[in-house]
Design a protein around this ligand. Sequence first.
Ligand code: FPP
Length: 249
Amino acid sequence: MAPEQTTEETPTRIPTHIAMIMDGNGRWAAARNLPRLAGHQAGTENLRRVITACVEFGIQYLTIYAFSTENWGRPDDEVQGLMHIVADVIERELDELHRQGVQLRHIGRLEHLDEDLRNKVLHAVELTRDNHRLVLNVAFNYGGRDEIVCAVRQLMKAGYQADEVNEQTISQYLFTADSPDPDLIIRTSGEMRISNFLIWQAAYSEWYFTPTYWPDFDKEELRKALLAFGSRDRRFGRLSNCAQESHAG
Ligand code: FPP
């Protein structure tokens, strides 16, 4: 059987941390003659289902790309619509997410957001800070390059000397300092690029691409992604265990 062909099996190798680029909302809507925001609304409803599926599969960290530093360049009504959707979701879903044991974290910059939205995000983070079933990092007003610039600035402000800076110190100053690097990154909708998402943390992540648009990426699709992940040989730049043994022997 081809390595990534699937059966009804249950995934056994579960990644600790999955990151998702939830792409294809606009095309999902266009295919139904709906406005783009209807696609984002459907994508948001799907996100709720995917969070529950992640909890059921025992995933500990989920990072989602909700709004990038480049998304400000979209038409104003789409940007405002997305801000509205996020504020609305926090209002409607926070209690249930809290009950499910989800810890919400924000990665990115809060300072340019509308004050009311910023306060909602801060409240959600504070309310859920002691939950441990699933850590949900929401990348909102996030850019990977911007994150590295912020980290370097913080390091310099903290007085680090050049020879004190290493990979670990940089990681500790990223927005994701308290999360392990993602084991698996999923991008929906058939696009195959990184789009400024977790560019430091993705150094050894496995990638999974699917043509499915985000609003249709359901638990079954997630199961297939997990099976594909389980079949990968993660070498982190070294040799696989078998090859290593025969090399040594
Ligand atoms: C990419 O699809 C999707 C986005 C830019 C926004 C994703 C946001 C959500 C699903 C909203 C929910 C988030 C939270 C935190 C509640 P696209 O618009 O680029 O689709 P296209 O490539 O088909 O045009």
